[in-house]
Design a protein around this ligand. Structure first.
Ligand code: FES
Ligand SMILES: [Fe+2]
Length: 434
């Protein structure tokens, strides 16, 4: 439970707010490269941290991100012409390059140098892991480019997707570190049937056995370890043979979660980027260090994603106005949530809390330890920055490329933290909270 003031502090991200200032000290993924492919192609509207922006790819293939409002008299640069390395406003022809410099002002008198004084607000962009990232903070504080494991893999081994979510970023990301919902929200009734019991041994169990265990043991003992970048959380469940089923998620401030996954297979990262205070989007990055995604797999994902959207290609079909298309028959017979696809189960519950969850009325328990911790960390970092203390993990010292989730079975007496220490993780061990 939080006070109204605390809740406002961690939820509001617009320019000039403490959390907005904090967010602006990190790189933000905001569009898929696929969404902005064509040099001199049409620009794309972007809403990010409460700012209206225009993304475009110039003649040379560089990506620009400008304030939507033309600095002359505020016409929208969405209507600008993208040509010859700049966006030309259709009102008076002022033209801006990817740096925001005014490179042409045909409406001014010949010989005038006024254009040299005019700059559009522009944010630097980079492309990595199939995603376009930007930095919106002071240039002298710009951290090194994102350097997660997936930023270092060949393009073929990474699959990025983007989905709009119609609520505040925080309640949405809290779902990523809320381990105990796995035994309810995402349960298929078929998961309750025992399967692959012979894989209940220290090491990697089958996917099917994992789902069975999550469906059967609906509670988890949640433990937290602070790290330089945020924290790791371990959720431990018993197994039928008396072993421990361990899931380790890593939360990287401000909003990136490495989801527990079996190291031999595919891993995933969920990044919940605020569009504004009442909307965010999820950039999900799946990656396989040892196996590329085939063209067929990519097409299949793209088709599945587009079939979840309205004809405009942007709005999710399942949303508040239609009660997320909950199917009450399925709810009793096939899948507990009654909502499909899988991701929409999360979106439905978090959006159903309202645009910004009122955290003055909650009743949190031990299973919510990571949710409590992320709020504490965000609030502390935001307050500290107002006092001039630099945000965590922005100086490049953290071994970002080694952070990854883990899902594994360990023996009844094994210490999950020792396993965690062997999960490719080298961030220093911090204080354990629970
Ligand atoms: S408003 Fe854009 S050039 Fe005048
Ligand atoms: Fe979920």
């Amino acid at each position: 439970m939080l006070s109204t003031e605390e809740n406002e502090l961690i939820c509001r991200v617009g320019p000039g707010t403490p959390m907005g200032d904090l967010m602006r000290r990190y790189w933000h993924p905001f569009l898929l490269v696929d969404e902005l492919l064509d040099a001199d192609g049409p620009p794309v509207r972007v809403r990010l941290l409460g700012e209206d922006l225009i993304a475009f790819r110039n003649t040379n293939g560089e990506v620009g991100l400008l304030d939507e409002r033309c600095p002359h008299r505020g016409a929208s640069l969405f209507f600008a012409i993208n040509q010859e390395c700049g966006m030309m406003c259709i009102y008076h022809g002022w033209k801006f390059d990817v740096n925001g410099d005014c490179v042409d002002m045909p409406s001014d008198l010949p010989g005038s140098t006024f254009k040299e004084k005019v700059h559009a607000r522009a944010y630097p962009c980079i492309e990595s892991a199939g995603v376009i990232w930007t930095y919106m903070g002071p240039s002298e504080k710009r951290p090194p480019a994102p350097n997660f494991i997936f930023n270092n893999l060949p393009e073929e081994n990474v699959l990025a997707r983007r989905v709009p979510i119609y609520c505040n970023y925080l309640q949405s990301l809290e779902g990523n570190i809320d381990s105990t919902h796995l035994g309810t929200l995402h349960v298929n009734y078929a998961d309750k049937v025992p399967a692959d019991l012979d894989t209940d041994l220290p090491g990697y169990c089958s996917q099917r056995f994992s789902r069975y265990t999550l469906a059967k043991y609906r509670y988890a003992k949640v433990d937290i370890q602070d790290t330089d970048y945020g924290f790791r959380l371990i959720a431990a469940r018993p197994t039928d043979s008396g072993n421990q089923h361990i899931r380790i998620n890593c939360h990287v401030l401000p909003y990136t979660s490495f989801i527990a996954g079996q190291q031999r297979g595919q891993q995933s990262v969920l990044i919940h980027v605020p569009a504004d205070d009442e909307n965010c989007f999820r950039i999900s990055i799946n990656f396989r260090p040892n196996q590329p995604f085939s063209g067929a797999e990519r097409r299949e994902r793209r088709y599945a994603d587009s079939s979840n959207l309205e004809d405009d290609g942007k709005t999710r079909r399942n949303r508040k106005v239609n009660d997320w298309n909950i199917n009450r028959y399925d709810q009793k017979h096939t899948i507990l949530a009654g909502i499909w696809p899988f991701g929409d189960q999360d979106y439905a519950v978090t959006e159903s809390m309202g645009p910004i969850l009122d955290r003055t009325k909650e009743h949190l328990y031990g299973g919510d330890a990571a949710i409590i911790r992320v709020r504490q960390m965000l609030a502390t970092a935001a307050r500290n920055l107002q006092e001039g203390i630099e945000p965590p993990a922005t100086n490049g010292d953290v071994p970002y490329a080694q952070i990854q989730g883990e899902e594994i079975i360990i023996g009844p007496d094994d210490d999950a933290w020792l396993i965690a220490a062997n999960a490719g993780e080298t961030a220093k061990r911090g204080e354990r909270l629970l």
